[in-house]
Design a protein around this ligand. Structure first.
Ligand code: HEC
Length: 71
């Protein structure tokens, strides 16, 4: 979540709210995985949380993309 601090306000205001929700949820999930990995000795727990978090990656990348047109 700390990485969000440098995002410029003018950019942040232009982003769709769904994207921000998904983005913040993903950052929160990743912070949780980091905390789990630090305290837990159960790597299955960490992998399970990671595979749930990766659904956010897929969802956002499927919805929002920059398309380059070939000339
Ligand atoms: C809220 C939407 C969103 C989520 C969630 C998201 N991404 Fe992205 N991702 C983007 C956008 C938008 C870009 C393009 C950024 C740019 O062009 O500078 C990007 C770029 C990337 C790139 C760089 C691709 C390149 O060609 O340089 C990688 C790798 C990546 N994302 C992986 C992930 C992974 C792994 C996750 C999950 C942990 C994730 N992303 C979650 C929106 C998202």
């Amino acid at each position: 979540m700390g990485a969000e601090a440098d995002t410029s306000g003018s950019l942040f205001r232009k982003l769709p709210v769904e994207m921000k929700t998904l983005g913040f949820d993903t950052c929160g999930k990743l912070d949780d995985i980091a905390a789990e990995a630090t305290k837990s000795k159960d790597s299955n727990q960490v992998v399970t949380k990671l595979s749930i978090a990766m659904n956010n990656c897929i969802a956002c990348h499927e919805m929002y993309r920059f398309v380059e047109e070939a000339k």
